[in-house]
Write a new protein. Structure first.
Length: 115
């Protein structure tokens, strides 16, 4: 609580990204994601490439955990009857990270120890 998202100067982020700093922003993101799943399920043809694509800016502990939760959520949505969506094929999650690696070693240690 009390922090704000950092887009790290990523081009397009200010215009297109949804920050998750407040409960209202989180609800907005959730509603858009669920609506996209429903539309993809209801459309006459298959899910189009890029139709269910989420890009997360920052691949530290928070971004990596968000990616994992989105993947888990997609599996749950399918289990609730939106079975025309294949989580392995149709959902694309991209992590954008400026560092040399996703979840640098110092963050991995804190993540696993709970610090």
């Amino acid at each position: 609580m009390g922090s704000t998202s950092n887009d790290f100067g990523t081009l397009g982020a200010k215009d297109f990204a949804i920050s998750l700093d407040t409960p209202e922003q989180a609800v907005r993101f959730n509603q858009r994601l669920v609506n996209r799943f429903i539309r993809a399920h209801a459309q006459p043809g298959p899910v189009r490439p890029g139709q269910l694509h989420v890009t997360i800016i920052g691949a530290g502990a928070t971004g990596t955990e968000l990616a994992a939760e989105l993947h888990r959520t997609t599996r749950q949505v399918v289990a609730y009857g939106l079975d025309r969506i294949d989580p392995e094929k149709d959902l694309k999650i991209t992590l954008v990270e400026a560092a040399e690696r996703i979840l640098p070693a110092d963050q991995r240690a804190r993540c696993f120890t709970g610090s």
